[in-house]
Ligand binder design. Structure first.
Ligand code: FES
Ligand SMILES: [Fe+2]
Length: 371
């Protein structure tokens, strides 16, 4: 079937997908024996580290009468609710003690659970596995077992540097994600003398292929009109520089750049916080320019500039979005955005009928746009 010539209309559903790992907080912000608040998918969490430094995440709601657990006491092992002093194991959420019980009252305390989430620490972030919504009357439910470990940055040597960056975006998860994969905003939003100018717009062709739960911009040589790539080509002494960019549900973009023995890898996520608010987290690892004394700071500076330009743009966009306009998605520049909505719909449909997900792409596709 030929692609429609007219723009596709699409209302963002802002639906947040459960059953996936999400980044909760940067790991260096979470200290031992302390409780921190976080919100993921409109769910309040209390995140911390036990005495040994192992991270945990509980629903920030006491199963007794809803008091936020972050207001309670934490001894590095159990959290004591600030209202009636019930105590919960920080990792499993299992209730350990109810102070008001008399010795002849035999309520089975250990059957009660505060909601708890599987937790993992990777590449500078604490991740929580947000399971499908629990049946009403939770308080007796155990932690869901994640089907896979939390996503990690792919690394190609044992020695490397790493850094992360995080920024709040005042838009829904859908706008955050399609903004992230949008190839056409670059020349207008991300102008910088050391990157590229608006005059450098030219036609591009990129091959895409399907991968499980997502799509890949196939390995290609990055556009030569940006200074950093020119520098890299010189430094690596390698004529072949390839970039591969993947997007997979629910919110993950990975980018891998390889030039001979040098590599740069990043894993970016857009995390739904509330329906009108998301957070972008970029974590990167690399062995290029490892000897540069301020390497991570320099890279952070460059990334921070890009992310701030995106953040500022989305802040302005949010003003327009208050009135709930439809989106217009045009070919080919917005095709990745269409795939995102289609993947999400296919994922939800597979879940509803309990079958395999039907991937919206049937084979490789070449897209063309000017940027
Ligand atoms: S509300 Fe937490 S112990 Fe009562
Ligand atoms: Fe951008």
């Amino acid at each position: 079937m030929p692609e429609l010539e007219s723009p596709q209309r699409q209302a963002p559903d802002s639906l947040m997908l459960t059953g996936f790992w999400y980044r909760a907080l940067p790991a260096d912000r979470v200290q031992r024996n302390r409780l921190h608040k976080a919100t993921l998918l409109e769910t309040p969490l209390v995140v911390g580290r036990d005495r040994e430094g192992r991270a945990f995440a509980l629903r920030d709601t006491c199963p007794h009468r809803g008091m936020p657990l972050n207001c309670g006491q934490f001894d590095g092992d159990q959290i004591e609710c600030g209202y009636h002093g019930w105590k919960f194991d920080a990792h499993s959420g299992q209730c350990r003690q109810i102070p008001s019980l008399t010795s002849d009252q035999n309520l089975k305390v250990d059957r009660i659970h505060a909601g708890s989430y599987a937790c993992d620490e990777r590449d500078g972030f604490i991740w929580a596995f947000i399971s499908d919504p629990l049946p009403q009357g939770a308080g007796f439910t155990h932690q869901a077992e994640p089907p896979t470990p939390a996503p990690a940055i792919e690394k190609f040597s044992s020695r490397y540097k790493s850094a992360y960056l995080t920024a709040d975006m005042p838009v829904s998860i859908d706008h955050g994600i399609i903004g992230l994969m949008d190839p056409a905003h670059g020349p207008f939003v991300h102008q910088a003398w050391w990157w590229r100018s608006r005059n450098s717009i030219h036609e591009k062709r990129k091959d895409f292929e399907l991968i499980p739960n997502g799509f890949r911009m196939s390995a290609h040589t990055p556009s030569s009109n940006s200074a950093p790539y020119k520098l890299l080509r010189l430094y690596a002494g390698s004529s072949s520089i390839t970039t591969t960019i993947d997007f997979v549900l629910p919110n993950i973009r990975t980018e891998t750049i390889r030039a001979g023995k040098y590599w740069f890898s990043s894993l970016t996520t857009v995390t739904p916080i509330t329906r009108n608010h998301c957070r972008i987290d970029v974590a990167a690892a690399w062995n290029i320019f490892r000897w540069v004394p301020f390497g991570p700071e320099l890279l952070k500076f460059v990334f921070a500039k890009f992310v701030e330009q995106d953040r500022r743009t989305m802040e302005l966009q949010a003003e327009g979005l208050q009135h709930n306009p439809h989106l217009m998605l045009i070919d080919d520049a917005d095709r990745p955005a269409k795939w995102y909505f289609q993947l999400k719909a296919a994922h939800l449909e597979a879940k509803r009928i309990g079958g395999e997900m039907k991937h919206p792409m049937t084979g490789p596709v070449t897209l063309k746009w000017r940027s």
